[in-house]
Unconditional design. Structure first.
Length: 268
């Protein structure tokens, strides 16, 4: 349970980044999101980002000395994560301000910059864990997993809020199904690589699949996929209630997967 703050931080931060990119992209492409809705969604993403930052401090031995982490940005992926994620939160706050002031041009520019910074922040987070000392983490699948959490949860969160506001004009189900299929392929690749790896990697796979948490995660994932697949054919299912239920299922799935990511890691 010592790693719970990291679980919460990584999932919420990746959700916030994925949601931000989705809102920015929808705003650029559709131009149909009203000022009030854009402000509500952007502010909710800022809140999620702020919560992620606050929770992450509980993992530190000296939370009030967290600012020192940026001092090693030239050599430390942790410093880069702190720096780029902090910059992303600041830019997302500025983005929300331009929604409040209704300045589309500046909103688009800041959103584009924040999108790049957010992607670098997720990349930096993943690189922290891709170390030879922990075979189960030292794989490109770690990078894929971190970005997939963002892609799975972010668009669905924004789609849910747009559906509640009656302004959803794009097929969120299709985007979500694509991300879930990709996640399933990465999951298969991950466990295949563990089974053919070092003894510590094999043990990590055993610890993961022999725990009930894994099967809850798998169950929520499959149910969410099934519901989204049905919603593709039945447009009446593309509503706030369905998206709320699917979002909760996938949030549970991603949270449990990240929890096991930390709990089952074995050092050399």
């Amino acid at each position: 349970m010592h790693d719970l703050p990291l679980v919460i931080f990584t999932v919420l931060s990746q959700l916030a980044i994925g949601g931000f990119v989705t809102l920015w992209w929808f705003d650029r492409k559709n131009k149909t999101i009203t000022r009030s809705t854009g402000l509500i969604i952007s502010c909710s993403l800022v809140v999620l980002g702020g919560i992620a930052v606050l929770v992450s401090l509980f993992h530190l031995g000296q939370p009030f000395a967290a600012y020192r982490a940026i001092l090693n940005i030239r050599v430390s992926w942790l410093s880069r994560e702190v720096t780029f994620y902090g910059a992303f939160v600041g830019l997302s706050l500025l983005y929300a301000w331009f929604w409040l002031k209704d300045i589309p041009a500046r909103r688009s520019l800041i959103g584009g910059i924040a999108t790049i910074i957010g992607a670098i922040a997720i990349f930096s987070s993943a690189k922290i864990y891709m170390i030879p000392a922990i075979p189960a983490w030292n794989s490109v699948t770690t990078m894929f997993t971190f970005f997939l959490t963002s892609i799975i949860l972010g668009p669905l969160f924004v789609g849910l809020l747009l559906a509640i506001r009656g302004e959803l004009s794009m097929n969120i189900s299709g985007i979500s199904i694509f991300s879930l299929i990709t996640a399933a392929m990465v999951m298969i690749l991950y466990f295949s690589s563990l089974q053919s790896g070092l003894p510590q990697a094999v043990e990590a796979a055993r610890l993961t699949t022999h725990h009930f948490i894994f099967w809850i995660r798998l169950f929520t994932f499959v149910i969410a996929f099934a519901i989204l697949s049905l919603s593709i054919k039945n447009k009446a299912m593309c509503n706030a209630k369905i998206y709320s239920f699917v979002f909760v299922l996938l949030f549970i799935s991603e949270f449990l997967a990240r929890f096991q990511f930390y709990e089952t890691a074995n050092h050399l």
